[in-house]
Ligand binder design. Structure first.
Ligand SMILES: [Ca+2]
Ligand SMILES: [Ca+2]
Ligand SMILES: [Ca+2]
Ligand SMILES: [Ca+2]
Length: 307
């Protein structure tokens, strides 16, 4: 579809040109003549032009074992200064899954394939072999709440090649994903088990109570980076690699309003994405922008002195 942004597009040179962090000292004078506001606007505009920055470099997940359950300690996005913690994976307070003409809410029981001879359901909750059973395990059900707010490395949303589905993930009231106006830093991390599937993502935006979605960003399986973490669930017979996409908020283009959630979708050609977890993080203003602000303040002081 025309509205989709394809990852891995040949946008390297354009992308490099907006790298504020790599400006040399000699360029400082030129920057000084721009106001900080106009620079931010310029960055946002360039971000929209360069489109999907959805293969940001990523290093690894560190885990700590607690009994049979795993806690995620940190997910480090190498070279970006961004670290996601387990709390960042648990910011969701509501969700809705639409598939096969049915919709499931946050705590609605969703039927599960409970073993490797399954694949009866197009998309269903699942758990790591050794994880604590889900609350509805005896009736072969699980909930979105368990998948997206319990231990992020223990429960997943498993889907099959044939599946078309859309998941709306919502933050709590008054919560939103902050845009750091830096296209090189991810505000969102999405984990997929298998590194063999694609996803399509839109931001859910509230503007004065009017809720809309942005254009979509296509997340290609080839853009995933390995997390150094492997996962074996009830539905599969061995561990598979877990990959991650780092997604910068400006990949969705200009946004008017606040991002209160994400819409994550799959269709039959996406290879049955298995959603392990989705993290969001408000990252600090990049050091270069703070330094620039300090430089402008110094310049203003000098001007006042000479006036
Ligand atoms: Ca399944
Ligand atoms: Ca960013
Ligand atoms: Ca997969
Ligand atoms: Ca297994």
């Amino acid at each position: 579809m025309g509205e989709e942004f394809r990852g891995g597009a040949t946008l390297g040179p354009a992308f490099a040109s907006l790298s504020l962090g790599s400006r040399k000292e000699s360029e400082t004078d030129i920057i000084m003549h721009l106001s900080r506001i106009s620079l931010l606007a310029l960055t946002a505009a360039l971000g929209a032009v360069t489109m999907a920055n959805n293969n940001l470099p990523v290093n690894q997940i560190l885990t700590a074992t607690q009994g049979d359950e795993l806690s995620l300690v940190s997910l480090t996005m190498t070279g970006t200064g961004v670290v996601f913690t387990e709390e960042d994976f648990r910011r969701w307070e509501d969700a809705r899954l639409a598939t096969g003409g049915k919709t499931y809410g946050w705590i609605d029981p969703i039927k599960r394939d409970m073993n490797t001879s399954g694949n009866k359901y197009a998309v269903n909750p699942d758990r790591r072999d050794n994880a604590k059973p889900m609350a509805g395990e005896s009736s072969s059900t699980g909930t979105l709440r368990e998948v997206f707010t319990a231990r992020p490395l223990d429960y997943i949303l498993d889907s099959e090649d044939c599946a078309s589905w859309c998941l709306d993930l919502k933050l709590g009231a008054g919560q939103y994903i902050k845009n750091d106006s830096n296209s090189k830093t991810p505000e969102i991390a999405i984990l997929e088990r298998g590194m063999n599937s694609d996803l399509k993502v839109k931001a859910i935006v509230s503007n004065g109570g009017n809720v809309t979605t942005t254009k979509s960003v296509f997340l290609s399986r080839t853009a995933q980076r390995y997390t150094n973490f492997n996962m074996d669930t009830l539905e599969i017979a061995g561990a598979q690699k877990v990959g991650v996409w780092g997604l910068s908020l400006d990949s969705f283009g200009p946004i008017e309003g606040q991002v209160i959630g994400l819409q994550i979708c799959s269709d039959g050609s996406y290879g049955g994405p298995d959603l392990v977890g989705v993290a969001t993080n408000a990252v600090p203003e990049p050091g270069t922008m703070i330094a620039l602000g300090a430089g402008l303040a110094a310049l203003a002081r000098r001007r006042r002195k000479t006036a």
